[in-house]
Design a protein around this ligand. Sequence first.
Ligand code: AP5
Length: 208
Amino acid sequence: MNLILIAPPAAGKGTQSELICNSYNINHISTGDLLREITKKNDEFSLSVKEKMEKGLLISDDIILKLIKDEIINSNNNIFDGFPRNLEQAKAFDLMLKEINQKIDYVIYMDIDKEILEKRISSRYVCPNCNSVYSFNEPDHECSKCSVKLIKRKDDTLEVYENRYKVYEESTKPIINYYKNQGVLYCVDADGSKEEVFANIKKVIGEI
Ligand code: AP5
């Protein structure tokens, strides 16, 4: 199964990906996580990626498509979190899948209001080691898996969030209609608890 999650920034794509992976034994491909791994290095390329991410701008399509190609070559059972991000990526992805006799089974659009997301951004903390995501109203917590101190993402300020949301509206939202026209789009209500949203997704992809 190939499943794409489309949603505004901080809508819960990573959170739902983890729940889906645990239940459905599916490979999680997050372009955000792959890029954050790149930014841990100190060369010129990594620094240019880091600079763009910290401003909430999209990384160029050729870099993203190369990352995706490397990931899907050995797996036809994937959840794509944060990819595709624009029409160019969506069209190139269709061609890439066709070449290896794969297809997209479900595109889930997680529908949620921006006001809720601004609150989630303020309370999000992440593990710098394993990328696990948490919500806390105050700092100084540790990752329950790695016992490492949780940090704030550099792009999780309200100022950068505005930019990320604008990029989402301008570049990512058009892919919703693209997939609707292909007959693979499903809309789920993402304004609920993590478990409620997961239940909405399970209604689409079926219980295991
Ligand atoms: P990326 O990492 O993909 O960021 P994003 O799309 O902005 O999404 P987030 O990771 O912010 O949020 P999420 O939807 O996963 O929510 P989460 O589960 O964490 O991309 C970062 C950057 O990389 C981009 O800006 C761009 O520069 C670059 N990039 C990535 N992909 C690219 C691509 N394809 N092309 C070009 N550039 C690319 O949840 C958020 C918070 O809410 C957490 O605290 C969580 O605990 C909480 N939460 C989740 N669900 C619920 C719930 N139901 N109720 C209450 N709280 C909840």
